[in-house]
Each structure stands twice: as structure tokens, then as C-alpha cells.
Write a protein that binds this ligand. Sequence first.
Ligand code: HEM
Length: 130
Amino acid sequence: MRAVRPGYRERPSGGVPLFLWFYMRVSAIGMIGLVIGHLYIMHILNSTDTIDFAFVAERFRGPLWRTYDLVILIFALSHGLVGLRGIFDDYIHHRGWRVAAEVAMWVVGVVFLAFGALVLFTFQPPAAGR
Ligand code: HEM
């Protein structure tokens, strides 16, 4: 049998835990690329000194940057929630409390995702020239 190093979490053998284990890594790698792109555009090509409402409105004129921002939101939120679920598993030993905490966490997560998506896709840039 393989020795388990202290502080080392074994890769789950299958099912939902294995899927979530992979998801944490896929979302982490996805976030690295998307966040570097975001930082490059917002802080190197442009600057927070010059970014204003008009800049954001122009950026959100088409679906590309709205979708880009939505993907960052989905990755960051779901990655954080799946990570928090693992922390609940570690520290909440009573099954009923653990299920209650997870249900509350997913409800809050879905509400936050809905608000974020709503803002991203209902924002109306003012007509050009206004
Ligand atoms: C580029 C950004 C990020 C990278 C590269 C990253 C990477 C990782 C990795 C590799 C893990 C370990 C996964 C595992 O043990 O299965 C992890 C865990 C975690 N991440 Fe992230 N992460 C990022 C952003 C975030 C964000 C934005 C949040 C919060 C919204 C977050 C919250 C967590 C939590 C709560 C855990 C679980 C910690 C634990 O089990 O002790 N991470 N992250």
C-alpha cells in the first residue's frame, strides 16, 4: 500500500469526487489564462486611471467580453464553492449539518451567479455619441 504524506490529499478513485477533483484543476488552469488576459487588457494595455463608464460600455457592446467575464465568474465561483465543499467535509462531522451547509452554499452560489449573469447580459450600452 502507498504511504500517504501528511497534508497530501489522495486523488479520489471515481465518481463525483474524482470529477470534482479534476474540475478544481481544470478551473484553476482556466482561471490562470483568463485572469492573465484580464490583467493584461485592464492594467497593461489600458489603465485603471483611464477606465471609465464609456470604456466598459464600449467593451460590452458585443457578446465577446460579456461571455469572457461570465466564464471567469463561473470558474471563480464554482471553483471557490467546490473548494469550500471540501472544507465543509473536513470540518463539519455531523451529516445533517454538513448537508444543510452545502445546500445553503449552493443556493447562495446560484443566486450570485444569476445576479452576475443578469448584470452582464442585461446591461445596455448607451447609443453611440451620447
Ligand atoms: C488563478 C486562480 C486560482 C488557482 C490557480 C487556484 C488553484 C487551486 C488549486 C490547485 C486548489 C487545490 C485543489 C484540490 O485540492 O483539489 C485550490 C483549492 C481551493 N481554491 Fe483555488 N485557485 C484559484 C482561484 C481561487 C478563487 C478565486 C477562489 C475563491 C473564490 C478559490 C478557492 C479555493 C478553495 C476554497 C480551495 C480549497 C482549499 C482546501 O481544500 O483547503 N481559488 N485552488
